[in-house]
Write a protein that binds this ligand. Structure first.
Ligand code: GDG
Length: 458
């Protein structure tokens, strides 16, 4: 079997007692690589004033060899905070209003991709399969090809791919499309994203869509596909079962005794629809007074990308909003919203999912959303909770037993919360079993195998 070399922007080496990563890509890739082994190359998270020609920092951990590189402060500013998170992220989440184009940042993005290629190339052996992840590294294959690499190179996008009308507002869209054409396989989360990609290509006259999801453009033919990322379903279910006896989870259970728990878990990000969700919860309480004092909504929201102004602003907005709602609808013996603005340990998270009668997952736009899948896997089969899920999450295409909502429709989401809390055990079981069956068949290993098989065949 060929050696697998994974490349992603940020790589965190697991440390004993260290905080678990609160990000879907890190969680999923670690699970996939632990199973099959390989090399994982990326940014260490460290930055310095000047570029030091230090060798890659190599760390071996179980089956995985980590190869880490530092970046300069300017690199991080331009490539990561600048172009990746202030242009590509908002554009791919349909937020044209938040995209900030700057020539310096765009140049930094392409420069750092070249730097990644220069660092990666010496590691690569003839038969290695290279698998590049996410929007930070779209031009990487093109740089590697220019250096003469002939290996199979695949790309997987973890976030949505927007339609042409949105994508083509970005000044360098042509280079981005050209960058994708240099891969052998380009994978998206859903068929919808793949169609947006193909549709844009054809509509703008950049290329052709051939049979079997092949695309021909910029003098190359490559394959596209959709591969819905998932979780270690069986292991996570077992993990959650055991987590029920975790001390923190037991304390949480005691503290919500006699009340239903609703849980929301998201990185602090405007794409996750947290403010709309709090509005929906408030609406649910004010329109369903019988539930007053009978329900607790726990929102766990670790900080992310605080260096980007929109995220810093959002941190204040959510904290103020949760405080305002608690002030407006809380009582002397009831705090309706518990808002935690930091990461919680993974076993605690799993136990809390299992404790919650409703998993409230309402992003405005999401590539997939692993929280939705973790919530389902964590449920007690004899008394499962209800997943309330945004129709704009990639996961909505698979988790058809959820109560699907439009997160912009506050009343609709409030109504779904009420429906979830009063749903019969029989209906809850029926809905949950359908989703769990699906997740057991479509777990993280299936995702990884499907992608790598298609890449090998491409
Ligand atoms: C991107 C795409 C796609 C969250 N809070 C804590 C915590 N987490 C973990 C969750 C989950 C992960 O982080 C979040 O994954 P999501 O998929 O929900 O979202 P993104 O971070 O936006 O991920 C997304 C994903 O990539 C994979 O392709 O699904 O669409 O946006 O695993 O459990 N973990 C711990 N404490 C927390 O407080 N331990």
């Amino acid at each position: 079997m060929s050696r697998l070399v994974i490349v992603s922007n940020r790589v965190t080496v697991p440390e004993k007692g260290g905080a678990a990563p609160a990000g879907g890509l890190a969680v999923a890739l670690r699970a996939a690589l632990e199973e099959r082994g390989g090399v994982w190359m990326g940014w260490s998270g460290k930055s310095s004033g000047v570029r030091e020609p230090a060798p890659l920092d190599i760390k071996v951990h179980g089956n995985i060899t980590y190869a880490l590189t530092d970046l300069t402060k300017t690199d991080v500013e331009e490539y990561y905070h600048g172009f990746a998170n202030r242009v590509l992220w908002p554009i791919c989440h349909y937020r044209l209003d938040l995209a900030e184009y700057g020539r310096k940042e765009m140049a930094g993005y392409f420069r750092v991709n070249r730097f990644f290629a220069q660092r990666l190339a010496p590691l690569i052996e003839k038969d290695d399969i290279i698998w590049v992840h996410d929007y930070h590294l779209i031009p990487l294959a093109s740089e590697l090809r220019q250096m003469g690499l002939k290996n199979k190179i695949g790309f997987f996008l973890h976030i949505p791919w927007p339609p042409a009308d949105v994508l083509f507002t970005m000044p360098v869209h042509e280079q981005i499309m050209r960058g994708l054409s240099q891969y052998d396989l380009v994978g998206f989360q859903t068929v919808h994203d793949l169609d947006n990609f193909g549709g844009g290509l054809v509509r703008e006259g950049i290329g052709e869509r051939l049979d079997d999801n092949k695309f021909s453009t910029y003098g190359r033919t490559f394959k596209g596909g959709f591969y819905s990322i998932s979780i270690e379903t069986k292991e996570f279910a077992e993990f959650a079962r055991k987590a029920a006896s975790n001390v923190m989870v037991r304390k949480a259970r005691q503290s919500v005794e006699g009340r239903n728990l609703i849980i929301g878990v998201d990185r602090l990000d405007y794409s996750k629809g947290i403010t709309q969700r709090i509005d929906a919860f408030e609406r649910f309480i004010t329109t369903n007074p019988a539930h007053q004092n009978k329900v607790t909504y726990l929102q766990i929201t670790p900080k992310s990308r605080s260096e980007v102004p929109e995220y810093e602003q959002m941190q204040r907005t959510v904290a103020e909003q949760a405080g305002r709602v608690n002030g407006a609808i809380g009582t002397v013996d009831w705090v309706p919203i518990r808002y935690i603005n930091r990461s919680v340990a993974r076993p605690v998270l799993a136990g809390l999912y299992r404790l919650a009668r409703i998993g409230l997952v309402t992003p405005l736009r999401d590539g997939m959303n692993l929280v939705a899948k973790e919530y389902v896997a964590a449920q007690d089969p004899d008394d499962p909770g209800v997943l309330v899920l945004s129709r704009f999450a990639g996961a909505a295409r698979e988790l058809t037993g959820a109560l699907l909502v439009n997160p912009y429709d506050i009343e609709g989401t409030a109504h779904a919360i009420a429906r979830g809390l009063t749903m019969s055990l029989e209906e809850r079981k029926q809905r949950w079993e359908k989703m769990m069956d699906h997740l057991l068949k479509h777990d993280i290993n299936r995702w990884c195998d499907d992608f790598l098989q298609d890449l090998a065949r491409s």
